[in-house]
Design a protein around this ligand. Structure first.
Ligand SMILES: Cc1cc2nc3c(=O)[nH]c(=O)nc-3n(C[C@H](O)[C@H](O)[C@H](O)COP(=O)(O)O)c2cc1C
Length: 666
């Protein structure tokens, strides 16, 4: 019995869940489980595998496909997508009901697979992180139903099929098989030179070297790293200018680096996926804790002896490297420890003495669904990483193979590019805010990658890939309306500079509503707008909202309300004199900034403006024309195409492109 589990993840949660389900499947008797990011497979193959496929996917950024499913999703949506007749599948969506578009992507995926001829084993199940027991509440019954459908457990067996399904916690983490996905051995004598054995390859603090990765990687030289916010302001935002020097191919092809001969082929809306190294002091602490000096040379290979025969191809596989190098570049030591990590530690506690029993019980408790609140308190709210957990539970020392399996792999952080090829040539700009926070117990935490970038010395190097977004600029010049806050300005700056480089845009009205705290402290790129207006874009208008300059807080939406007539006319037809029945020149609207409250606030003010302030006598007409502007239906997209799609009605050409804060990467 072979089973495929394909996952879509943005930040790693769906990957962890998928691996857990893979373990359950092995326990239930699957002989071979392939557990992979969906994008590592081809949709053409799905219907021909002759094996069921379980899709486990998060919903990202207000209803969108997560990053490891984005390309696949684009292919699935095409009219030319292949028939999926022959595919038997089930979708488990991962989301959180605090978001308006709860599990939107999981539902879309399920529907599309069915449209293409796939046969669902059961209806799409939507996991909700806000459920009392978190995802386990739906995950466990879903697993059981799938096992029954696949014949792994007998349909008639009341324990397996009935009781277990009703009891969400039946298949708990504590009885999943504990086997590592990797095998770690001393590297063979005389093998190729080990990564990290050479001091130069191990990198120096603050400087990422060309560490092999699965995707093509640029090494970029930091030309400039300037503070944008005032000295003493609570938040550090910096402007980085980076020039690509070398490009290495995917690790799978050997990872050879070649000099870069052409600019990075990016467009407005694209991002750099930046990798960084762990802090050396943390690596040394972990080496000591795991019982390594650090210079031991090892080779890691997949451990397929237990049934999981294919899992994500990690770039550290099959190459000799020192343990220090492995832990420096391939495991995220700053990530919050997962429940699975605690569970794995719990199962490593041997001994029946009182102390051992107590520690084991505590760890298994923290890792069980029933104690999710305690886990969140211990781990998430305090941002407790794996090293701190190992420090708290000194009695347990996992093997390196187990540690690698259950710790969080090092993943890149995404930063919107804020430059434009037309104005900035081969130099790429980033606008980076350093993540700094205090936990409830007043422990200071900072973002690994944002700190790495913010501190990157000029002339040091940064390692990054190019993430191509899906933002579509208007084909012909059109009025642009931006609303942005804080570092949400990064993609806006890229678009504005793209337009500034093209004389065709010179006469176009471009309005930027920008919100931050203080005019003197965090008004990012304020002087640049003045210069661009003078030199290239006479019709660029910037309206600012400085929330803390006055006693009463002023936000972007308040400024929008003050300019009601202008905004309404832009939204409705693209011309300040437009009537409701005018308008074929559509304004492109971009909303960029904190995804939590701003979109809803701006939507509210738009609706008020259009229906109550500007066209009070035509409310019904407007609402009937643009149903999607009401209530829950307004679409927010991360660099998406027009979500109104066929719903864009002739009279209200309202293009809604939104960005979410990819700049909050840490
Ligand atoms: C920026 C952001 C946007 C999100 N948007 C949605 C959403 O629109 N709908 C939803 O159901 N869940 C949403 N979620 C919740 C995620 O789906 C959920 O946290 C999930 O566990 C993330 O899985 P991942 O780590 O595999 O990406 C969002 C989470 C984040 C961080």
């Amino acid at each position: 019995m072979t089973l495929y589990i394909l996952y879509g993840t943005q930040a790693g949660n769906a990957e962890r869940i998928a691996q857990r389900v893979a373990r359950y499947a092995v326990k239930r008797g699957a002989a071979q489980v392939h557990c992979l990011p969906a994008e590592e497979t081809s949709i053409q193959d799905w219907g021909t595998w002759g094996a069921p496929v379980l899709f486990i996917s998060a919903t990202a950024n207000q209803g969108n496909a997560p990053i490891t499913l984005q390309k696949t999703w684009n292919q699935l949506q095409k009219p030319s997508a292949p028939s999926l007749a022959g595919l038997r599948y089930a979708v488990y969506g991962i989301g959180d009901s605090i978001y308006g578009r709860f599990n939107f992507f999981g539902e879309m995926l399920h529907k599309r697979l069915q449209e293409l001829g796939g046969a669902p084993l059961l209806p799409c199940i939507l996991g909700d992180e806000s459920d009392r027991f978190g995802l386990d509440e739906t995950l466990m019954p879903w697993c059981w139903t799938v096992w029954v459908k696949l014949g792994y457990v007998p349909e008639e067996d009341p324990v397996a099929a009935g009781e277990a399904i009703r009891s969400p916690l039946k298949e708990g983490a504590d009885d999943t098989p504990l086997f590592p996905l990797f095998d770690v051995r001393p590297a063979a004598q005389g093998a190729a030179p080990a990564l990290g054995a050479d001091a130069a390859l191990a990198g120096t603090e603050g400087e990422a070297m060309a560490v092999p990765r699965m995707e093509p990687m640029y090494t970029l030289r930091v030309l400039r790293n300037a503070l944008l916010t005032a000295a003493g302001h609570f938040q550090h935002v910096r402007h980085l200018e980076l020039r690509p020097e070398t490009l290495s191919c995917a690790a799978a092809d050997g990872g050879a680096a070649a000099p870069v001969t052409a600019p990075i082929p990016y467009l407005a809306g694209d991002a750099l996926s930046v990798y960084c190294a762990n802090v050396p002091a943390q690596v040394e602490a972990l080496l000591q804790r795991l019982g390594y000096a650090g210079d031991e040379v090892v080779t890691v290979t997949p451990d397929t002896t237990h049934g999981i025969v294919a899992s994500r191809a990690e770039p550290f596989l099959h190459r000799a490297m020192t343990v220090r190098y492995l832990l420096t570049y391939y495991v995220d030591l700053n990530a919050v420890a997962s429940q699975e990590f605690l569970w794995m530690l719990g199962l490593h506690v041997v001994g029946d003495d009182e102390g051992s029993v107590e520690v084991r019980e505590r760890l298994l408790e923290l890792s069980s669904a029933r104690h999710i609140d305690e886990f969140l308190q211990y781990s998430h709210r305090e941002k407790r990483n794996v090293i701190e957990v190992l420090h708290d539970f000194k009695m347990v020392t996992p093997s390196l193979a187990h540690f690698l399996t259950f710790a969080c792999p090092m993943r890149p952080r995404y930063y919107d590019i804020s430059s434009a090829p037309g104005l900035d040539g081969d130099v790429v700009h980033l606008t980076v805010a350093q993540l700094q926070l205090k936990t409830p117990l007043k422990r200071e935490r900072e973002g690994l990658c944002s700190s790495h970038l913010v501190r990157a010395a000029e002339q040091s190097r940064v390692q990054a890939g190019l993430w191509q977004g899906t933002l579509e600029m208007p084909e012909e010049p059109a009025p642009l309306l931006f609303m942005a806050t804080s570092t949400g300005i990064a993609p806006v700056r890229s678009i504005i500079r793209t337009c500034a480089a093209d004389p065709k845009w010179k006469e176009m009205p471009i309005y930027l509503f920008y919100g931050c705290r203080f005019s003197e402290k965090d008004y990012l790129y304020g002087e640049e707008w003045e210069r661009l207006k003078e030199e290239r874009m006479p019709n660029l208008q910037v309206v600012t909202a400085f929330s803390r300059d006055t006693d009463t807080k002023v936000y972007v939406q308040h400024r929008v309300a003050e300019h009601a007539k202008l905004v309404a006319s832009l939204l409705l037809a693209g011309s300040p004199d437009a009537k409701l029945d005018d308008g074929n020149r559509s304004t492109f609207f971009f909303l960029c900034g904190n995804a939590n409250e701003m979109p809803v606030a701006v939507q509210g003010v738009f609706q008020t403006i259009i229906t109550e302030v500007v066209y009070p006598d035509q409310v019904e007409k407007i609402l009937s024309l643009n149903k999607r502007m009401t209530g829950e239906n307004v679409g927010y997209r991360n660099t998406g195409t027009n979500p109104f799609g066929p719903y864009v009605v002739g009279l209200i050409c309202f293009f809604f492109f939104t960005y979410l804060l990819t700049n909050v990467s840490y």
